[in-house]
Write a protein that binds this ligand. Structure first.
Ligand code: FUB
Length: 307
């Protein structure tokens, strides 16, 4: 383990059983990684699974942040954001992503709304990538009643945010249906109609990245989740489906990827459930593997490693 002292949620016995570098964090259960490259560091924002004996559902009350300069040594920072920081919400610190604009850091998260049915998307803001973050809007940006195209209460989850080369910001999100909308420069208001993207077997966890003139929209595919992706020459599509990028990650129904370039290398960051004895779909752990591209821009399948 390359993080701080043993804390609450993973026993030291189980940490000793892990004599490898993946998962990268073994003193807590971490999920839903979202990495931000800022200046000479990578900031890794994660969810935090808290195990409760016999409970087979998510128990997630806060989010965590780590940083690194080498993708090997990870420093944990104080808890940057909790569900209780959103007065209008009632819990469930589900997946999100942080982006920097004009010196401020905006964190888009999925969380259960206190009065409107289902999950909603909130925004927190900070002057520092490590927080503390505070509610930026005082209300949700997107609620279930704005978008319901399915009967499920968790279809407004997993926000991913992108600022295009012309400065236009976009928010993508969803479960079962992949949605997107433009954001105003203030990053806290929508700037146009919500639209949807047709992607085969889209489950959740969209993530946008760009490399060598190609836009990539990767996402969780089927359930248990693999990661698939589509490519486009424009952030507005059309998106061409390109296939599977990562197989089902060990011992977890969800997978949830983040893709970055840092210091000349590409990385695929995801979670699995491999921590001995207790790890699983509700006690997940973030892992990092290298990502490689083909000459035509397509991505090679990720080879998951324990190193
Ligand atoms: O961690 C809660 C939910 O599980 C996330 O929002 C999904 O992406 C899945 O990983």
């Amino acid at each position: 383990c390359k993080t701080a002292a043993v804390k609450d949620t993973v026993t030291s016995t189980n940490q000793q059983l892990l004599k490898m570098n993946n998962p990268i964090i073994t003193d807590k259960y971490t999920a839903d990684p979202a990495a931000l490259v800022y200046k000479d560091k990578v900031y890794l924002y994660t969810g935090h699974d808290v195990p409760e004996k016999g409970v087979q559902s998510y128990r997630m009350n806060d989010w965590l942040v780590y940083s690194t300069t080498d993708m090997v040594h990870w420093q944990e920072h104080p808890v940057p954001l909790k569900t209780s920081d959103f007065a209008w919400a009632k819990g469930d610190a589900w997946a999100g992503q942080v982006i920097e604009r004009n010196g401020k850091f905006y964190w888009y998260v999925a969380i259960t709304h206190g009065t409107i049915h289902g999950k909603a998307i909130g925004i927190a803001v900070s002057d520092s990538p490590t927080g503390p973050f505070k509610d930026a809007l005082g209300k949700a940006l997107i609620t279930n009643d704005m978008t319901t195209k399915t009967n499920i209460s968790w279809d407004d989850i997993d926000p991913t945010v992108w600022i295009d080369d012309d400065g236009q910001a976009y928010l993508f999100w969803g479960n079962t249906v992949c949605n997107y909308v433009k954001l105003k420069e203030n990053m806290i208001e929508m700037d146009g109609p919500m639209q949807t993207i047709d992607l085969p077997n889209f489950t959740e966890a969209p993530w946008i990245h760009k490399k060598n003139g190609w836009y990539y929209l990767s996402y969780a595919y089927q359930f248990p989740e693999k990661i698939a992706y589509a490519m486009s020459k424009s952030i507005n599509g059309p998106w061409q489906y390109k296939g599977i990028l990562n197989e089902v990650a060990g011992n977890s129904n969800t997978n949830h990827q983040s893709i970055i370039d840092f210091k000349g290398k590409s990385y695929f960051i995801y979670h699995n459930g491999v921590i001995p004895t207790e790890g699983g779909s509700f006690r997940r752990s973030v892992c990092v593997d290298r990502l490689y591209y083909n000459p035509d821009g397509t991505m090679k399948r990720v080879v998951m490693t324990s190193e």
